[in-house]
Design a protein around this ligand. Structure first.
Ligand code: ATP
Length: 464
């Protein structure tokens, strides 16, 4: 694969036109920053989850998965501090009324300042100093900062009253903490134990954008790993190592991924260590894909205080009673997918000025593994028999339209590793041609040996 640079827009355009992602509610004119995954995106997403589950659930003996509700008792979000603190500092340009996050504006334009450690008054002072320009109209007059609650509110039942207010969860993690005791009891496990939750989270982001990088509805894969206090750094390093292995299995290019350890000043007061795993996105640069954080006993303690339910653990070996500590690896599935799609895109120059778009996705991740193609419509019926034989075992397309060359290009552009062509000779020799995506090499294989051949080709490229 060449190291030619592509722009973010160019790749997004390909993802939308080829059907990985659709504009949300498109027939109604869309909804800003809302995206739907088409069949290709959905298959890819499921495959990424397969790798995740294989690595972090089957692969780590302590881990189990649960599926908690999205709408939880609102006291959960009081306990976590989200009701009081999950706000973004919002400002409007007084001249053109464009809306921004004050911290983002200052971060971009005043590199000399440490925005992460500024309070609202300090940010207001910077804005009042007229050193910050509105990116759209260049004026320097902003409204004072207003804190904007990022949790989506809704109501349970028929009345829209304060007492019936609930929130869409802004993270998947809390469904894990509130079920910690349930999981321990019903699985009869001891510490350490890891609990995984994969599902949708919702944040009313002020500045969504960059395609699926920041949306108001997104999918997370979070693990809360509970252990005896004092073992924090051991498990933190364990998960750092496992995240490295996971990223390798996905096949992201080494030089495009970095682990960024948080400086002491960046850490929450309860955290001994935090690392972000970032990807170097075309045009937009480094962006966070996931984080690994030591969270001590912070969350369980808060829930114990709020719920008045004892969340301590009685250690059967030492007879000590304590609130377990936690390491939290937290993955953004949509960002991971976006990184994979950006990472695998190539416009490959071929002979005679020809070119093809290829998505070099790992064979296990590609939406479809195979496309079966009859050379002529006269062969559709026989080729369909081959397709029917394969489709129960593989994600498979049956493609009868356009020239074979065009069909190959279509499959390359969505990352399908193998094209299987049924031609007139197939009627005689009971064989088909398999063409491989990356090498474009073709080989003739007996239909009776087709599954075996595909399996061995897949095995050779297996990443997990
Ligand atoms: P950011 O700083 O980019 O807003 P965060 O630090 O708030 O992210 P976390 O709360 O740590 O994010 O969430 C864990 C992961 O969830 C992130 O690493 C990211 O991959 C994903 N994520 C968070 N917010 C969004 C969003 N609005 N859209 C898509 N993915 C998101």
């Amino acid at each position: 694969m060449s190291d030619k640079k592509y722009t973010f827009e160019e790749i997004v355009n390909h993802l939308v036109t080829s059907g990985f992602v659709y504009k949300g509610s498109e027939i109604y004119g869309g909804l800003a920053n809302s995206w739907d995954y088409g069949p290709l995106g959905t298959l890819l997403k499921n495959h990424v989850k397969d790798v995740f589950r294989h690595h972090f659930i089957r692969g780590i003996e302590y881990n189990v998965e649960i599926d908690p509700a999205i709408i939880m008792n609102p006291k959960v979000w009081e306990a976590t501090g989200h009701v009081a603190n999950f706000h973004d500092p919002l400002v409007d340009c007084k001249y053109c009324h464009s809306r921004y996050r004050a911290d983002d504006l200052i971060k971009e334009q005043r590199k000399d300042l440490d925005v992460d450690n500024m309070n609202q008054d300090q940010m207001n002072e910077v804005l009042a100093s007229k050193t910050i320009k509105c990116p759209s109209c260049e004026h320097t007059d902003f409204t004072p900062i207003r804190q904007f609650q990022m949790m989506f509110k809704t109501f349970i039942g028929v009345t829209e009253e304060k007492t019936s207010t609930v929130y869409l969860r802004p993270e998947t993690a809390q469904g894990i903490f509130v079920n910690f005791k349930n999981v321990l009891r019903t699985t009869r496990r001891k510490l350490p134990i890891g609990i995984v939750d994969i599902g949708k989270s919702f944040r009313n982001e002020i500045t969504p954008g960059n395609f699926t990088f920041r949306t108001r509805e997104f999918e997370q894969m979070e693990i809360e790993f509970f252990f005896k206090p004092g073992e924090d750094m051991k498990w933190f390093e364990f998960f750092k190592e496992n995240c490295k292995e996971f990223v390798e299995k996905l096949g992201l290019k080494d030089e495009k991924v970095r682990f960024r350890d948080h400086e002491k000043e960046e850490l929450a007061f309860y955290s001994q260590a935090t690392t972000d795993i970032e990807y170097d996105f075309p045009s937009i640069g480094w962006g966070e894909l996931m984080g690994i954080a030591c969270r001590s006993d912070y969350d369980l303690k808060r829930h114990q205080e709020m719920s008045k339910v004892d969340l301590t653990y009685l250690d059967p070996e030492t007879n000590e009673r304590y609130i377990p500590h936690v390491v939290e690896p937290s993955f953004g599935l949509d960002r991971l997918m976006l990184a994979l799609l950006m990472d695998s895109y190539e416009v490959e120059e071929l002979d005679k000025g020809d070119s093809r778009i290829v998505m070099h996705l790992a064979y296990d991740l590609a939406p479809y593994t195979l496309s079966v193609m009859p050379l002529s419509n006269k062969l559709n019926e026989k080729a369909k028999e081959v397709f029917d034989m394969l489709r129960v075992d593989y994600d498979c397309i049956f493609d009868t339209t356009g020239s074979i060359g065009k069909r190959y290009r279509r499959e390359d552009a969505i990352g399908t590793p193998f094209c299987i062509t049924y031609d007139f000779d197939s009627l005689e020799d009971q064989s088909v041609t398999i063409r491989e995506r990356d090498s474009m090499e073709q080989r003739r294989v007996k239909i009776s040996e087709l599954k075996e051949t595909i399996d061995s080709l897949l095995r050779a490229k297996k990443t997990y």
